[in-house]
Design a protein around this ligand. Structure first.
Ligand SMILES: *[C@@H]1O[C@H](CO)[C@@H](O)[C@H](O)[C@H]1NC(C)=O
Length: 372
């Protein structure tokens, strides 16, 4: 019985792989790294490394956890505000302030309920740690989606600090589509703020004031991953609808076209004009049809995985994979797709160049990846 189940699983995996992935991308022999499981979480979304080597992990229902990877003991950080746990929403990302070692400030992003449904929010708070857990205090919401919607979809809300200490937020369009093109909302945008939530003065529409002043780029759908390359350029991955996941090079004031152009189709089968029809919009540097469902992105900077330096490493949900794309100048190309057998959610690189990923869903594990 066990043997039969195993054979069926293998056969299914092969069929799915062959349908979804061009064969040159499949490494069917073995994963090119050693994977060490730390522990599991309840619907984890994101994680962040603390200076004391412990790791903060968000769980979508609104729990902030802390884990010591050496002892594998888990604790809880209290003081997370109520989150709108519904659809894809809940507690999302966590990031440390660039001067965390001096000020103990952390940032969280989450979906919150209000009139009209739910929308995204970003808050900063002081983190006080104990031996087994900790607490958030002095929490202040510094940014909100300017519209709410029901349905709980496509909040995105990845947080990233730039080398200059400004805060970047990848703002999803919460499945409302057209607001991604509207300059009177902050849905479907890449946002750049000071650490206190004020719009960055160097933003392309800063002189317009209001919500426009926050906007760095527009025309995004569900931008779930952002990271810097070694030259200081910002890369982003976003989920398309049925087909059309994108890896974009993000430029000040640029429009990435959603929902007017896309390499994919709407879920009901309606076609969408391709990027080639609108050269005035920035086209993706790589795209995926069928989708990989990109949920996280790093541009690898370490030397542990020496041949991966400068590559985009993307975690995939529906593809249950880690996708590696090479970047050359301002072009990018998928180079490898590593089957993980689980929906992959978050990804970060530690100071030693090890890659950490976290699985999606109930019992999602935090994994440390090091070369074989
Ligand atoms: C936020 O920070 C910026 C940059 O440091 C500063 O210019 C601005 O006055 C601050 N805003 C508030 C409301 O404190």
């Amino acid at each position: 019985m066990m043997h039969l189940a195993l054979s069926l699983t293998c056969a299914l995996a092969l069929v799915t792989g062959a349908l979804a992935v061009p064969s040159q991308h499949l490494d069917t022999r073995q994963q090119p790294f050693k994977s060490t499981a730390i522990t599991d979480f309840a619907e984890p979304w994101a994680f962040a490394f603390l200076p004391d080597n412990r790791i903060l992990v968000t769980e979508r229902r609104g729990n902030l956890r802390i884990v010591d990877p050496t002892t594998k003991s888990k604790g809880t950080i209290t003081g997370v505000p109520a989150v709108a746990y519904s659809g894809q929403g809940g507690l999302h990302d966590i990031a440390l302030h660039p001067q965390y070692a001096e000020n103990s400030i952390v940032y969280i992003s989450y979906a919150e309920s209000g009139s009209g449904g739910a929308g995204g929010a970003v808050a900063r708070a002081k983190l006080t740690l104990t031996a087994s857990g900790g607490a958030l205090s002095d929490l202040v919401v510094i940014w909100r989606h300017s519209q709410r919607a029901s349905g709980g979809l496509q909040y995105a809300l990845r947080l990233l600090f730039g080398p200059d200490g400004t805060l970047w937020i990848s703002s999803g369009e919460i499945n409302q589509m057209t607001p991604a093109q509207s300059m009177t909302t902050n849905l479907g945008k890449v946002i750049r703020l000071y650490d206190n939530g004020t719009a960055f003065a160097g933003n392309p529409f800063a002189s317009q004031g209001g919500v426009q002043a926050q906007i760095w780029s527009l025309g995004h759908r569900n931008p779930l991953g952002i990271d810097w390359d070694a030259q200081g350029r910002l890369w982003e991955v976003e989920m398309g609808p049925m087909g059309g996941d994108e890896l974009n090079l993000i430029q000040s004031g640029a429009n990435y076209g959603w929902p007017l152009v896309c390499e994919g189709k709407h879920y009901d089968g309606r076609t969408i004009p391709k990027h080639s029809t609108r050269p005035d919009f920035n086209a993706p540097k790589a795209f995926w049809v069928p989708v990989i469902s990109p949920a996280g992105l790093i541009i690898y900077k370490g030397s542990l995985f020496s041949s991966w330096k400068g590559n985009a490493i993307i975690t995939g949900l529906s593809s249950q994979s880690i996708v590696r794309a090479t970047i050359s100048g301002d072009t990018a190309q998928e180079a490898q797709r590593i089957s993980m057998g689980k929906r992959m959610r978050g990804i970060r690189e530690d100071k030693d160049g090890a890659i950490w990923v976290i699985e999606d869903g109930a019992g999602g594990r935090l994994l440390k990846l090091t070369p074989n």
